[in-house]
Design a protein around this ligand. Sequence first.
Ligand SMILES: [Zn+2]
Length: 115
Amino acid sequence: MATVKKINEDVPDVVLMPKEDFEMPELKIILPKEEFRPFCPHDKIRIWEYHRIVECYGCGERLDPFDYLLNVGKKENNKLSELKWLGYQVKHKNEEIEKLKKEISKLNSLKRKAE
Ligand SMILES: [Zn+2]
């Protein structure tokens, strides 16, 4: 066992960590190394229902199902927000067009009276 040294005899509760190397315990259970990517630049996936695997249809990269679903959800939410913004823009532009049409109509009326 490693020895523990006191830093200072005046400070008995503070000690240095052992400096000697200690041997790491050997792993008893070896887990397979699984590497998932959260997303892929390709937009098609293949789902292997029996093996519960999601992989990219384009490159075959194995994807983490939760991360993939989370990314899809975020993209869908962003698209919905963008769609709402565009709808607001269209409504606003249509209102401006109606105002301009009325203004043109008034000006044409004034022009006819002046002639
Ligand atoms: Zn891919």
